[in-house]
Design a protein around this ligand. Structure first.
Ligand SMILES: *[C@@H]1O[C@H](CO)[C@@H](O)[C@H](O)[C@H]1NC(C)=O
Ligand SMILES: *[C@@H]1O[C@H](CO)[C@@H](O)[C@H](O)[C@H]1NC(C)=O
Ligand SMILES: *[C@@H]1O[C@H](CO)[C@@H](O)[C@H](O)[C@H]1NC(C)=O
Ligand SMILES: *[C@@H]1O[C@H](CO)[C@@H](O)[C@H](O)[C@H]1NC(C)=O
Length: 225
């Protein structure tokens, strides 16, 4: 007797469901990992390869953000600035514990910033995908690996998103000396199996409480008058 067609359909559904679950299991509660997953699904949907999620490269993406010192106005536009090439070896790699000899050329970068926090899906489509050129960067066939990072600044926004692409060989590029890239806060980066989400991880918010208390006191005073 021929295999019933519904059995085949069910098997295919089951296989694709478990494949999806496997991929998603690797994505921890971390907006940078979620962004990498979005980039990879956008690539595979248009027949580009899925990229290796490299934690060393992602940690460097976080340092790249920090080089802007919270200044959103120099990201893009006429005043656009870029960290110097030398900073990769002098600052970014040592901060991440990445061996300088394993640094590999960056084949693409996406950087965006806005005052309020966005979900990874919004960050991807609304902040990072500003024009056709951005989509070309995502789909470029020369990339083999990717690292993403997101960070707020002191006391909240602006929030920076950075994605770096490289053509290195997964295990031999951006290699952390200790086996894992050094985690630092504020900010989250991909590939490190690091649970990282919410305001405290993204930005140090030491000023929020005094502001809230101050507002309350002001309110109380206003009512007493
Ligand atoms: C980058 O280099 C330029 C000139 O070489 C220098 O003026 C600038 O201060 C450097 N920027 C940083 C962030 O180090
Ligand atoms: C990939 O991202 C672009 C930009 O957000 C979007 O227009 C396109 O529909 C996406 N492709 C897929 C297959 O999701
Ligand atoms: C890929 O890399 C080669 C060699 O460096 C370069 O000539 C080519 O323009 C790159 N392709 C894209 C799409 O960037
Ligand atoms: C990286 O290296 C480890 C151990 O050396 C190995 O288990 C793993 O499969 C390698 N991964 C890739 C993507 O090459």
């Amino acid at each position: 007797m021929a295999t019933p067609i519904w059995f085949l359909v069910l098997s295919i559904l089951f296989i694709s469901a478990s494949a999806t679950a496997n991929v998603q299991n690797k994505v921890t509660d971390n907006p940078a990992d979620q962004l990498v997953a979005l980039i990879n699904s956008n690539r595979t949907a248009s027949k580009s390869s899925s990229l290796y999620s490299n934690q060393g490269l992602a940690c460097i993406a976080l340092q790249y953000i920090k080089a802007y010192q919270g200044d959103c106005s120099v990201v893009g536009g006429v005043d656009a600035k870029k960290p110097n090439e030398s900073q990769f070896t002098e600052t970014f790699a040592p901060t991440c514990g990445v061996e300088a000899s394993t640094l590999t050329p960056i084949t693409g970068r996406l950087l965006g910033c806005q005052s309020k926090y966005a979900k990874p899906s919004e960050a991807f489509s609304e902040i990072l995908m500003k024009n056709d050129k951005s989509l070309e960067i995502v789909h470029n066939k020369n990339h083999t690996e990717v690292g993403a990072a997101v960070s707020g600044s002191d006391g909240g926004g602006p929030y920076f998103w950075c994605v770096l692409f490289s053509n290195g060989k997964s295990n031999h590029s951006f290699v952390p000396e200790e086996g894992v890239a050094k985690i630092s806060r504020p900010g989250c980066f991909s590939g490190a199996n690091d649970q990282c989400s919410g305001a405290p991880a993204l930005s140090q918010t030491p000023h929020l409480l005094p502001i809230a208390v101050g507002a309350l006191i002001a309110l109380v005073c206003a009512f007493r008058i």
